[in-house]
Design a protein around this ligand. Structure first.
Ligand code: GLN
Length: 485
């Protein structure tokens, strides 16, 4: 077995016991990247030299007999909308084709403090808007299990990198499903943390009240380890939760006896592929065999979550993206006539079609004549959705749902139909609206392609979600398998 096929926690053991060096681990992933990147196209920027130097620092610590932090020497890939000091951060947009941030995002600072070698920056849908990675201005990432299919999005580059064993760890961002939907259709584990659990400082904002950075890995334990590192208060983010928690990964347990698992019927109805439904129901029955209790719950108004999400997220995006004006940094049109024309041309040429669509939609719903009809009603619906989820959690401890209505679709299949693309988020967007944590993990295959399920919990119940996921993974042995590339 190659080193790159081993899980992060196994590699860490090997490094601590001096059976392999951190440098060998990083080299193994770099050579895997060399071998398969032409096919998968996960990365926009590769950082082999600095990754090796970071690994060498870990080996120096080992040689001096120093205690290693939990993830020391374990390489990681970063979605390219997270700021990295001195390293290009493009958001897969022509608008930021040359943007080199002068600072690190808080999550990056934490990785560096833990001595995680950073392998590179991964592809995404432009400014994290999309569900297939096809909206990238630079390249299309492929699903490692079928190169004619999408890896999902927007964190498709991070998902593909982890699934293809180019990296044992990655981070993505999730505004409406961008960690979970790609994790689901590439057969890996992904967490959208509770809003406020992980600092957003240095994440290029899309919908500030929805965005969260989260871990993407090949198994539940690795995911919990990375979450333990990333989560926690940060004075640079006023929305970060001031709560302290103990690490989850060291105490993962198999225990679902008496756990009440809610199955919201709205998530199993129209629009969900029958094969996907059967796969998720089979997972539910597995939990039942392990001693959990299945309860049917209702989430009335769930059908309004998708339109509500597209109103709120586009409104916030139109405001957040106003800063890209061709003046301060990023793309500037070559020919313009005065300041207004400079704004107009730089933004028209710098942003791709989906980003422009969202800016127009967002500006429209915020305009004074339409504000009450759209934006205000969407905010009221958001409050309603929170109540509905609160009520559901009176009847159960976690919710179990699909995370994507279908298996990975073919490249080009939905590219020209934005509404069809938006429908691929139907299982994920409501969770961001209500600030809850949700974890996706593999639960089998459908039509020979990977499929995951979604576990949703009360706010800040990440520990429970990890234990419930770990129980399934241990009991069934289902999980990541190395794709043949
Ligand atoms: N696919 C959704 C969208 O396009 C979610 C994006 C995200 O979570 N960043 O808005």
């Amino acid at each position: 077995m190659e080193l790159y096929e081993k899980m992060g926690h196994e590699l860490h053991e090997l490094i601590v016991k001096k059976e392999v060096s951190a440098r060998e681990v990083t080299d193994s992933f770099l050579s895997r990247i060399d071998a398969v990147e032409d096919k998968v196209k996960s990365f926009l920027t590769l950082l082999p030299d600095s990754a090796r130097a970071q690994a060498d620092e870990v080996d120096a610590l080992v040689a001096r007999g120093e205690q290693l932090p939990p993830l020391a020497g374990l390489p990681i890939a970063i979605k390219d909308n997270i700021c990295t000091e001195g390293v290009l951060t493009t958001c897969a947009s022509k608008m930021l084709y040359n943007f080199v941030p002068p600072y690190d995002a808080t999550v990056i600072t934490r990785m560096k403090q833990s001595h995680m070698p950073i392998l590179g920056k991964t592809n995404l849908d432009e400014f994290a808007m999309g569900s297939s990675c096809e909206n990238s201005a630079f390249q299309k990432t492929r699903n490692p299990y079928d190169l004619n299919r999408v890896p999902g999005g927007s964190s498709g580059g991070s998902a593909a990198a982890v699934a293809a064993a180019q990296a044992p760890f990655a981070v993505g961002s999730d505004t409406g499903g961008s960690i979970r939907q790609p994790a689901c259709i590439t057969g890996i584990v992904g967490l959208k943390p509770s809003y406020g659990a992980v600092s957003r400082y240095g994440l290029v904002a899309f919908g500030s009240s929805l965005d969260q950075i989260g871990p993407m890995t090949r198994c539940v334990r690795d995911n919990a380890m990375l979450f333990d590192l990333l989560a926690g208060p940060d004075e640079m983010d006023s929305t970060s939760a001031r709560i302290s928690r103990k690490p989850i990964a060291p105490d993962l347990r198999v225990d679902v006896k008496g756990l009440r698992i809610g199955l919201p019927k709205e998530f199993f109805g129209e629009g969900i592929d029958p094969g996907v439904r059967a796969c998720i129901m089979e997972a539910a029955q597995q939990y039942q065999r392990m001693g959990a209790q299945l309860v049917e719950v209702e989430l009335p108004f769930a059908q309004y979550a998708l339109p509500t999400y597209y109103i709120v997220s586009s409104a916030e995006a139109s405001s957040n993206l106003a800063r890209f004006d061709g003046v301060k940094y990023g793309y500037r049109s070559e020919h313009y006539d005065g300041l207004v024309d400079l704004y107009f041309k730089s933004r028209s040429e710098g942003f791709g079609p989906e980003v422009r669509r969202r800016i127009m939609l967002g500006t429209y719903v915020l305009a004074s004549g339409y504000y009450d009809a759209y934006y205000k009603r969407a905010q009221l619906m958001r409050v309603k959705l929170k109540q509905i989820y609160d009520e559901a959690f009176e009847r159960c401890d976690v919710l179990l749902t699909p995370a994507s209505p279908t298996v990975a679709f073919r490249l080009g299949e939905k590219e020209s139909d934005p509404l069809a693309m938006y429908l691929s988020d139907i299982c994920t967007v409501s969770i961001n609206m209500v600030e809850l944590p949700a974890l996706v993990l593999p639960c089998g295959t459908v039509e020979g392609l990977p499929m995951g399920m979604q576990l949703i919990g009360r706010k800040f119940s990440e520990e429970l979600l990890y234990n419930v996921a770990y129980s399934f993974e241990q009991a069934t042995g289902l999980g990541w398998t190395c794709p043949k590339l």
